[in-house]
Design a binder for this molecule. Structure first.
Ligand code: UDP
Ligand code: MG
Length: 308
C-alpha cells in the first residue's frame, strides 16, 4: 500500500447536485497544499445519479477512489469503511453537501502539523433551522459530559484525525458508534477550530428528528453506562420514598384511624411509579438491543463495488 499525506473521506447519500462542485473545490484546495492525497467517496446506498458520477471522477483522476455500499448504513458506517481503506497520514472527513467549505481544510492541516491528533471544528453562525440546532445543542452538552472532553460542536463532521487515531478506531468494529466521540477516547491532544458554515443549497438534510434521536442513543449507550446507572439510582430512591409513605400510612392508621379519601392520591402515586418503571425498562432495552446487534456479529456494512 502506497502511503499518501492526506486522505479525504466523503460519505454520500443522494447528493448528485453538490458532487461536481465539491469534487472540483476539493481538488483545488488539496493541490494548493502541495501534498500527496487521495479522495475516497463512500456511496452510502444512494438511489440518484451519485454512483455514475463517482465512476466518472474515478475514471478521469487517479486521486479519486470510491466505495459503494449495497444499501444505506448511515454516515458513520460510511466513514468507517473509508477509514479502513484510507492510506493517508492524516484523515479528513467532510460532508458532501458543501455546508462545510472544503477551503477550510488547510486550517485543519495547520493544527495537525502543530501536533494535534484530532482537530474538530465548530460552526461559526450555524445555518440550520431550530429543529436541527436545538437537538444538536442538547447532544453537545451530553457528549461533552459523557466523553469528558469539552468540545463545543460534536456534530460538525469536518474533522481531521492522525493516522494513530484512525488505526485505533479501525480496531473497534462497533456496529453503532459516533466517530468524533470514539476518536476523543483515544486521543491525548484534541483541539477545535472555527470554520465557516453554509446553508444547504442543494438537496435536503438526511437527518430527521428520529434519526437524530437514534444517533443520540448510540452516543449515550456507546460511551457510558450513565443512563442505566441513573435509572438504577432513581429506582432505589423511588422505592425508599414508597416505603416511607407506607410507614406513614400505617402509623396514621394506628393514630387517626382508617382513611378512604386518600385512595385516589394512591392511584396518582402509583402511576408515577409505573411510569418510572416503564421508562427504566426502555433504557435497559436500548442497551440490550445494542448488545444483541453486536453479538450477532453481522457485517457492519457490505461493499458492493470498489474503485481504487
Ligand atoms: N449521509 C450519509 N448517509 C446517511 C446520512 C447522511 O452518507 O445515512 C451523508 C450526507 O450525504 C452528507 C453527510 O452525511 O454528506 C451529512 O448529512 P446531512 O448534510 O444530511 O446532515 P446535516 O448537515 O443536516 O447534519
Ligand atoms: Mg449538511
Amino acid at each position: 500500500m502506497d502511503r499518501v499525506d492526506i486522505s479525504v473521506l466523503v460519505p454520500i447519500l443522494n447528493e448528485e447536485e453538490s458532487l461536481r462542485e465539491l469534487n472540483e473545490r476539493l481538488h483545488k484546495t488539496l493541490e494548493t497544499l502541495g501534498k500527496t492525497y487521495e479522495i475516497i467517496y463512500i456511496n452510502d446506498g444512494s438511489t440518484d445519479g451519485t454512483q455514475q458520477m463517482l465512476e466518472e471522477f474515478h475514471g478521469r483522476d487517479n486521486h479519486v477512489r470510491a466505495v459503494e455500499f449495497n444499501r444505506n448504513y448511515g454516515q458513520h458506517m460510511a466513514l468507517f469503511a473509508g477509514m479502513e481503506r484510507s492510506r493517508g497520514d492524516t484523515v479528513i472527513t467532510i460532508d458532501a453537501d458543501l455546508q462545510n467549505p472544503p477551503e477550510e481544510i488547510p486550517k485543519l492541516m495547520a493544527k495537525i502539523d502543530e501536533g494535534y491528533e484530532v482537530v474538530g471544528t465548530y460552526r461559526k453562525e450555524r445555518k440550520d433551522s431550530i429543529f436541527r440546532t436545538l437537538p444538536s445543542y442538547i447532544v453537545n452538552k451530553i457528549t461533552a459530559r459523557l466523553v469528558g472532553v469539552k468540545l463545543r460542536d460534536w456534530g460538525c463532521m469536518l474533522r481531521a484525525y492522525s493516522r494513530d487515531i484512525v488505526d485505533s478506531m479501525n480496531m473497534c468494529g462497533e456496529s453503532a458508534s459516533f466517530i468524533p466521540a470514539l476518536a476523543a477516547t483515544f486521543a491525548r491532544r484534541v483541539t477545535e477550530i472555527e470554520v465557516r458554515h453554509e446553508e444547504r443549497k442543494k438537496g435536503v438534510t438526511k437527518y430527521s428528528l428520529f434519526r437524530l434521536l437514534h444517533l443520540n442513543f448510540d452516543l449515550m449507550t456507546g460511551f457510558s453506562l450513565l443512563p442505566i446507572q441513573v435509572i438504577g439510582m432513581l429506582g432505589v430512591m423511588i422505592a425508599l420514598v414508597g416505603l416511607a409513605f407506607a410507614l406513614f400510612l400505617i402509623i396514621r392508621r394506628l393514630v387517626v384511624g382508617p382513611e378512604v379519601e386518600g385512595v385516589f392520591t394512591l392511584f396518582a402515586i402509583n402511576f408515577v411509579f409505573m411510569g418510572a418503571m416503564i421508562f427504566a425498562l426502555g433504557v435497559i432495552g436500548e442497551y440490550i438491543g445494542r448488545i444483541y446487534q453486536q453479538v450477532r456479529g453481522r457485517p457492519r456494512f457490505i461493499v458492493k463495488k470498489e474503485l481504487s
